[in-house]
Design a protein around this ligand. Structure first.
Ligand code: AMP
Ligand code: MG
Length: 321
């Protein structure tokens, strides 16, 4: 069930409270309506993927209220400062190196060492960010594969057939002014790279910063998530669908099992919990000098599909090297 919440101070506060207590709520930004979750909460981020029914784990854009908050999570480069000063708040996301001490969920960044951050300009989004007091992961509030919503009614329409356990609400802020996703720029190097065109145009960018690298379609698929070369994969080889690990192997378990696992994605067999733990546990096991990581079978339903997709990519990458 989805409710549309009319816009007033109480509903803004309620939306902020819902998000800061680990649940999901949709709200308007200047680009499109976002489905927001506390970006530091693994379970809440997993719930985004579950609700959107995403078949894979693409990294999410992390929204913050100001540059100081962004600096807690990513390393700013000089060019990132220039871009931030010129275009924030606004429809631009910067991909930067993630700080080790960042509290943002590894699931939100798909296990990567980078993170996309944005300061939105929409007054409602800003009020929610200020009041929730946590960074907010907010992909578009629609089912995977559908067109992004630019009105509250689109959000309701997209999720109309979804039977969620929880009711979630959409804060109605009218139509989104930009109506296009944010421009995504990799600002780690000296010359920024345009990863996704969006609300801030190429002309606006080049006028301000001079050089902007465009990548070819082919290169782009390697740079942007969804492609295995840019995804996090452990250094330790992975073996999938294993019920009996070999000696020297660690077992990444799932569900109740008689075999002792090194880590268990979800002892109760809950796929949302498993998604929340996936990247964290892979990283922990990668540090343990194991001969290989054996992964227990994970059912390919719901989030299990995204989990298996990611595991398969990680396993294939090692095999190909
Ligand atoms: P959205 O679905 O609008 O929230 O945008 C998410 C998109 O932002 C991803 O599909 C990527 O294209 C991009 N993105 C997010 N994080 C990163 C990252 N760490 N590196 C590169 N691109 C990113
Ligand atoms: Mg989308």
């Amino acid at each position: 069930m989805i409710n549309i919440a009319g816009l007033n101070d109480a509903s803004i506060q309620r939306t902020a409270d819902i998000i800061s207590t680990g649940r999901l709520a949709a709200f308007p930004t200047e680009t499109v309506y976002g489905l927001g979750a506390d970006a530091t909460n693994d379970g809440a981020v997993a719930a985004i993927f579950a609700l959107k029914n995403r078949p894979d784990f693409n990294p999410l854009i992390v929204h913050v209220p100001d540059i100081d908050s962004a600096s807690e999570h990513v390393h700013f480069t000089p060019i990132a400062h220039t871009l931030a000063t010129a275009f924030w708040p606004g429809p631009m996301s910067l991909v930067l190196e993630r700080k080790d001490q960042s509290t943002v969920s590894l699931l939100a960044v798909a296990g990567l060492d980078t993170m996309a951050v944005r300061i939105p300009s929409h007054s409602i989004a800003r009020a929610i960010l200020n009041r929730a007091n946590c960074p907010i992961a907010a992909p578009s509030a629609n089912l995977s594969g559908e067109v992004s919503p630019t009105e509250a009614a689109h959000v309701v329409n997209s999720f109309r057939n979804i039977k969620t356990m929880d009711t979630f609400s959409v804060l109605d802020g009218g139509r989104c002014a930009v109506g296009l996703e944010s421009t995504v720029i990799d600002a780690r190097g000296d010359v920024p790279v345009l990863l996704r065109p969006g609300g801030v145009t190429f002309e606006e960018l080049t006028e301000r910063i001079g050089k902007l690298k465009l990548v070819s379609e082919n290169e782009l698929t390697h740079r942007s998530p969804g492609q295995l070369s840019r995804h996090y994969a452990p250094q330790t080889p992975l073996r999938l669908n294993v019920s009996a690990p070999r000696s020297g192997e660690g077992l990444l378990g799932f569900g109740p099992s008689t075999t002792l696992s090194t880590q268990n994605l979800s002892p109760s067999g809950n796929l949302t919990e498993a998604a929340a733990n996936l990247f964290k546990m892979l990283r922990i096991m990668d540090e343990e000098n194991l001969k290989s990581i054996a992964v227990a079978p994970i059912p390919s339903m719901g989030l299990g599909q995204a989990i298996n997709d990611r595991l398969k990519r990680a396993a294939t990458r090692i095999a190909a090297e």
